[in-house]
Design a protein around this ligand. Structure first.
Ligand SMILES: *Cc1c(COP(=O)(O)O)cnc(C)c1O
Length: 416
């Protein structure tokens, strides 16, 4: 276990991978001739976030107020040597994990919610609005908005709203007003409810409602993953990890993380890329949502409704209907453009784990390290265990990112 002074480990700047990519990113595209989704972004995204989205600058200074908020919510997060897991596996090398579940909201999502809310507050907007599926993103948004004294509204996919009352409760305690989507708060929601009063909702519908709400009420809309600016903010994970390893005189042979939209994985691994050293970087996805295995690298919609622009990325198609796996955060149909490009160029590898394997991995990690990790993080753990088993005598140093805790997702164990 490593802890040095918070001030020593929290970096001054975030790292932006864009100028270091092997080729330039394909630009975002409008979806129709008569509707500018890029202009729409200009109206609903905080200006500084939008500037960071398209910048070629390698480093973005972390504002002092944001660094202080990071300390308040539990940064730096711990980097732990998983000795019990090593022993359990009979592993000859070292295994470390970075634990993003140690933030107060229980996942890495707060790392980007804080700066986005901060930049919005500086513009003096009326409030913050977003959508959430399983609830982690809504939870982070709710807290970040309250930290800067702004009201927040969260459109939560209806079926999750009804299945996960505790998530909704926490968002409420943090100060958010949460609506089951489709809701009667927006024109689009009322239209959907008119067609089916018991509509289960979808992320696409929730995004549409949040965007409409932002436009109508001079609110700002926050982005949870996929975008460059989000991955830049999440680089705090990898920058801290690097320093924490340095203090121990260690350097990773393998970096392993899970991929929904790619924000915790990109944030964790990208700061190591400019070193140009030999590292196996392994992106673990759900076998049930095989975006790298079966997806295509092409322009596709970010959201089902086609409100946001299209991006060139690995995608299973915006109309892909994922099976209802517990790792809700990995059900997204695509992956961040920068991560997709690095995957296509062979700089990053991928692995897949299915739900039974993830349950086993979560159990092993709980029994050895005492942490009930999030189902999403269970994919990273499963891939790390597999990697360790395949390279047992090599003495390699494996570092994995545990993106969140699973204390509100215990229903994955309901049949046991
Ligand atoms: C949202 C979430 C993910 C997936 O999102 P990424 O953008 O790929 O990081 C993974 N783990 C947890 C705990 C999450 O909340």
């Amino acid at each position: 276990m490593i802890t040095s002074q918070a001030e020593d480990v929290i970096p001054d700047s975030w790292y932006n991978i864009v100028p270091d990519l092997p080729e330039q990113l394909a630009p975002p595209r409008d979806n129709t001739e008569d509707f500018s989704s890029i202009e729409l972004l200009n109206r609903i995204i905080p200006k500084e976030v939008l500037r960071q989205e398209f910048t070629f600058k390698k480093f973005q200074k972390i504002p002092e107020e944001v660094a202080e908020a990071y300390r308040q919510i539990g940064r730096p997060t711990p980097l732990v040597r998983a000795r019990n897991l090593e022993k359990f596996l009979g592993y000859k090398g070292k295994i470390f994990f970075k634990y993003e579940g140690a933030t107060v909201t229980g996942s890495h999502k707060i790392n980007t919610a804080i700066p986005q809310a901060y930049y919005a507050a500086q513009e003096g907007v009326n409030g913050i609005v977003t959508e959430t599926g399983a609830g982690q993103w809504g939870t982070a948004t709710a807290l970040a908005s309250s930290l800067y004294g702004m009201p927040s509204k969260v459109f939560m996919v209806g079926i999750s709203y009804r299945q996960k009352p505790l998530r909704k409760k926490i968002m409420g305690i943090y100060g958010a007003q949460v609506f089951a989507s489709p809701s009667s708060e927006t024109k689009f929601g009322r239209e959907m409810l008119g067609k089916d009063p018991d509509h289960p909702g979808s992320l696409g519908i929730a995004i549409s409602e949040a965007v409409e709400y932002a436009l109508e009420n001079d609110y700002r809309y926050l982005l949870g993953s996929v975008m460059n600016s989000v991955l830049t903010h999440q680089s705090i994970i990898g920058l801290e990890t690097k320093k924490q390893l340095e203090v121990l005189g260690e350097y990773p042979d393998a970096l392993i993380g899970c991929v929904g939209g790619g924000s915790n994985f990109g944030g964790f691994t990208y700061p190591f890329i400019p070193d140009s050293r030999e590292i196996d970087m392994i992106a673990s996805t759900a076998s049930e949502v095989p975006k790298f295995g079966k997806g295509e690298f092409k322009y596709d919609l970010l959201d089902t409704a086609g409100i946001l622009p299209s991006m060139k990325m690995y995608s299973l198609g915006a109309d892909f209907v994922p099976p209802p796996i517990y790792a809700g955060g990995l059900r997204y149909h695509a992956a961040a453009p920068s991560l997709s490009l690095l995957m296509q160029k062979g700089k990053i590898k991928h692995d897949e784990a299915d739900e039974p394997a993830v349950k086993d991995a979560l159990r092993v990690f709980s029994k050895t390290q005492g942490i009930v990790a999030a189902p999403e993080s269970g994919h990273a753990i499963a891939s790390a265990i597999k990697y360790a088993k395949e390279s047992s005598n090599s003495g390699k140093t494996i570092v994995l990112n545990v993106s969140g805790h699973g204390l509100l997702d215990l229903s994955i164990f309901k049949d046991d």
